[in-house]
Design a protein. Structure first.
Length: 290
């Protein structure tokens, strides 16, 4: 079906029901989509009421016996898209897999989630970004991709590379699909919010060195030293709102531009097409396996 700029196709992948949804560009569009997924998954149109969850105060007596309890962890969301990278060592066409999401947009500042903000790892990421980049005067938020989603994507990428290796012969060379896990910086726009300077705007950019600053960030989190793997415009909202609802969410994005280092590269159309196909396959395999 299609409504506004949002299209949705539902089918099965290896026997598992899967819906593929377009979101349009930007955090604001994703905020709409996550809210509407929430309604579709949890609002009972026939009863005109929200489906009860285990632990809800309203779930007692007769209602608990007649209404199926909803498990929010059953909702699995993986954003698949493209991105740039501030990492000097990041190869183009690599898959950037989100572990932490840095919200440099303001969409999720309109949602209260003190239990998320209080998590030590998220506080560390926020502190590092504000102290070591030109974003110190910006109110940013941080979320975390669900660990089962992050690991599921990594596992699926490793499985894909095993298949590519098995298919390789002397006449059929297959390049392994690179996969890098790290933090994702989500911005509110494509040009100035990502440090791009265009024409007469060159004297009006507030954080002109943002890409280099993000590339130099090192954050001490429970998994070890975290780096910013990629920059894009949607993932923070996917992860933050899903974390707030108890859904499992994450992201895998094809790096189409290496925006730091001595050799800055852009993937070709053919390279991008192949890597995006791999990203879609990896995401589907992860959804099925989790």
């Amino acid at each position: 079906s299609q409504h506004r700029e949002i299209s949705i196709v539902t089918g099965t992948y290896n026997g598992t029901p899967v819906s593929v949804v377009s979101t349009g560009m930007g955090a604001g569009s994703v905020e709409i989509v996550i809210n509407e997924i929430h309604v579709l998954k949890e609002y009972d149109m026939a009863r005109r009421a929200w489906r009860p969850r285990a632990g809800d105060s309203a779930v007692e007596g007769k209602e608990a016996n007649t209404a199926e309890l909803f498990d929010p962890a059953s909702v699995k969301i993986i954003r698949v898209g493209t991105c740039g990278s501030p990492m000097p060592t990041m190869p183009v066409t690599a898959l950037a897999v989100t572990r932490y999401a840095i919200g440099m947009d303001n969409s999720c500042l309109f949602y209260k989630a003190p239990e998320i903000a209080a998590l030590p790892d998220l506080q560390e990421v926020r502190r590092a970004v504000r102290e070591h980049t030109g974003l110190r005067d910006f109110d940013i938020y941080v979320a975390k991709a669900h660990p089962t989603i992050t690991q599921g994507i990594v596992n699926a990428c490793e499985a894909l590379n095993r298949k590519l290796g098995a298919a390789t012969s002397s006449t059929d060379s297959q390049t392994p699909q690179a996969c890098v896990v790290g933090a994702t910086a989500t911005t509110s726009g494509f040009y100035a919010p990502q440090g791009r300077v265009v024409g007469r705007f060159h004297n009006h950019i507030t954080v002109p060195n943002l890409v280099d600053e993000l590339g130099q960030l090192r954050m001490n989190v429970s998994e070890g030293t975290e780096v910013v793997a990629n920059i894009e415009m949607e993932t923070s909202v996917v992860c933050y709102l899903s974390q707030l609802l108890g859904y499992r969410a994450g992201a895998v994005c094809v790096v189409v531009a290496k925006r730091a280092g001595e050799k800055r590269e852009t993937a070709s159309v053919e390279q991008t097409k192949k890597a995006v196909s791999n990203a879609v396959r990896v995401a589907l395999e992860a959804i099925v396996a989790i």
